[in-house]
Ligand binder design. Structure first.
Ligand code: NAP
Length: 481
């Protein structure tokens, strides 16, 4: 909320607002601007409260001025026609299906700024946007679409990070300026989206449900389902069919703890693959001024969401790994092996290679997860806003590739000599972790090629605006000039 809000306000000019000017003559503080709000429902009341706290006076226009329930302290209430006459700006906090009553108020609303805050329950519910319909109903008013992307709750709580922006559009520049001033005084950042024809777009904004998460969530669901069934067949069904063993209990922890890291690693590499493809395209085309294909643009725009979902899967992998020592199956196996060794008076030699491999495997996993967390934290707006562009890209790009390297190496160490063992290829199919290594390995190899000095030099030149020209075309141009 803006700092200039007085704590308690009424719609009367208070006696304290009359002060003595230096010359000793009485000076009257300018009267606070009066704004009109039609509708005493949730949104109307929150908006009125917010306006009062920001130093405006508020008059409500209501169908039932004498029985409309409690209103913010200091606000007046009267009939629509009387209220409209009081102010040059009218906020219409009424649902679109009730707009008909405004037609009779056309004379009172003539020349006024009419702010339409309405939303619809569904997209394309009506043939035209609510604001355009309103403008058609009251052609003499200057309709501005604004504030509809905020909720009544957000208005009461004041501008916070997620609700700082107010979008507006309208055909009258003066009307938009008046609404912008009000929005700014309320503590919001006002963004002008152009003429009233943009109203439908603004009305569709609140109906969007995590639009930029849709593709990453679909990828995550698809990969999880695929690897779950793949591993179910390779591990559980294979053991049942070939060895007559029921290991279905493994679905809950073992199988889950295989699927999560696989999906996490693939999704992390999918964050970096579009950047590598874009670099290869720029090198191939010899220019950065040709647009990338739409699918690549869309892919690049959802990298943050891909990364955050990948982090979620990595987190699950860590949790599942931590419970391994307390699992009944693991405790049973350890006890059984120890007892049988004692019975047979047998010991196993300490294997230095296995010790190195196991420690390196855990170490890579921990380092990878640590950097993974750092990437996730720095992608949060409150943290990334505190970083310069260079700092942000250093973490997300350089440390990001390092994270991918650690996690990929962690998986290679997990495989170790199993890559060469025929028993790893049950029913001639590779293990899940082997499949998960394909995309990250491709990304890392391509990145390695791109940072070779000769390739990097060409890419930097292209990114600084250099363009490769066709020598024949060039000589033709020279001849023509
Ligand atoms: P609400 O609580 O149902 O209030 C609507 C108000 O409209 C009523 O209190 C009533 O005020 C007036 N009204 C009802 N029927 C009417 C009629 N037949 N003729 C004239 N006026 C009538 O709805 P709301 O949640 O405040 O929403 C109001 C508008 O704000 C809607 O267009 C909505 O899309 C938009 N909006 C709401 C939110 C939100 O979070 N609630 C967020 C963004 C946008 P009187 O009894 O005083 O006449």
């Amino acid at each position: 909320m803006s700092a200039e809000r007085p704590s308690s306000l009424s719609n009367e000019v208070k006696p304290e607002s009359v002060s003595l000017c230096p010359l000793g003559t009485a000076a009257v503080a300018p009267e606070r601007e009066l704004l009109c709000v039609f509708g005493t429902g949730d949104f109307g009341r929150s908006l009125g409260q917010c306006l009062l706290q920001s130093g405006y006076r508020v008059v409500y226009g209501s169908r039932r001025p004498h029985s409309c329930g409690p209103l913010p302290q200091g606000a007046q209430v009267m009939s629509h026609a009387a209220a409209a006459q009081q102010s040059s700006v009218v906020f219409l906090c009424v649902h679109r299906q009730h707009y008909d009553f405004l037609e009779t108020l056309a004379p009172q609303l003539k020349g006024k700024v009419l702010v339409d805050v309405s939303n619809n329950l569904k997209k394309n519910l009506y043939p035209e946007a609510n604001a355009e319909y309103l403008q058609r109903l009251i052609p003499g008013a200057h309709v501005v679409k604004a504030f509809n992307t905020l909720s009544a709750w957000a208005l009461q709580n004041g501008p916070s990070d997620a609700n700082r922006q107010v979008y507006l559009c309208g055909d009258s520049a003066e009307a938009k300026r008046a609404v912008t001033d009000i929005g700014t005084k309320l503590g919001f950042t006002v963004l002008d989206r152009g003429t009233l024809s943009a109203a439908r777009e603004l009305e569709d904004f609140p109906l969007r449900l995590f639009p930029e998460w849709r593709l990453p969530l679909r990828i995550a669901t698809g990969l999880t389902a695929f690897f779950f069934f793949y591993l179910l067949i390779r591990d559980v069904i294979y053991a049942y069919v070939e060895q007559d063993k029921d290991i279905s209990f493994r679905i809950m922890v073992s199988l889950a703890n295989k699927v999560f890291p696989i999906v996490s690693l693939i999704m992390l590499s999918l964050c970096y693959l579009p950047g590598v493809i874009a670099a290869v395209l720029q090198l191939y085309r010899g220019t950065k001024y040709r647009r990338f294909p739409d699918w690549l643009d869309r892919w690049m725009l959802c990298r943050k969401q891909l990364g955050l979902i990948a982090l979620g899967f990595a987190f699950l992998h860590v949790l599942y790994t931590l419970i391994i020592p307390i699992r009944y199956y693991v405790r049973y196996k350890i006890a059984e092996s120890t007892i049988s060794k004692i019975k047979e008076n047998r010991t196993t030699e300490f294997d230095l290679t296995t010790a190195w491999r196991a420690d390196s495997y855990y170490s890579m996993g921990i380092l990878g997860f640590g950097l993974y967390l750092l990437l996730g934290i720095t992608s949060l707006p409150s943290v990334s806003n505190a970083l310069s562009w260079r700092e942000f890209s250093f973490i997300q790009s350089k440390l990001g590739y390092l994270t991918l390297f650690f996690c990929t190496f962690h998986t290679y160490l997990y495989g170790w000599d199993r890559f060469l063992r025929p028993s790893s290829y049950k029913w001639y199919s590779p293990a899940g972790y082997m499949l998960s290594l394909v995309v990250p390995s491709v990304v890392l190899v391509l990145k390695l090629l791109l940072i070779l000095p000769c390739v990097d030099r060409s890419l930097t030149r292209v990114r600084q605006g250099w363009e490769r020209t066709d020598p024949e075309e060039e000589s033709r141009k020279t001849l023509l000039t």
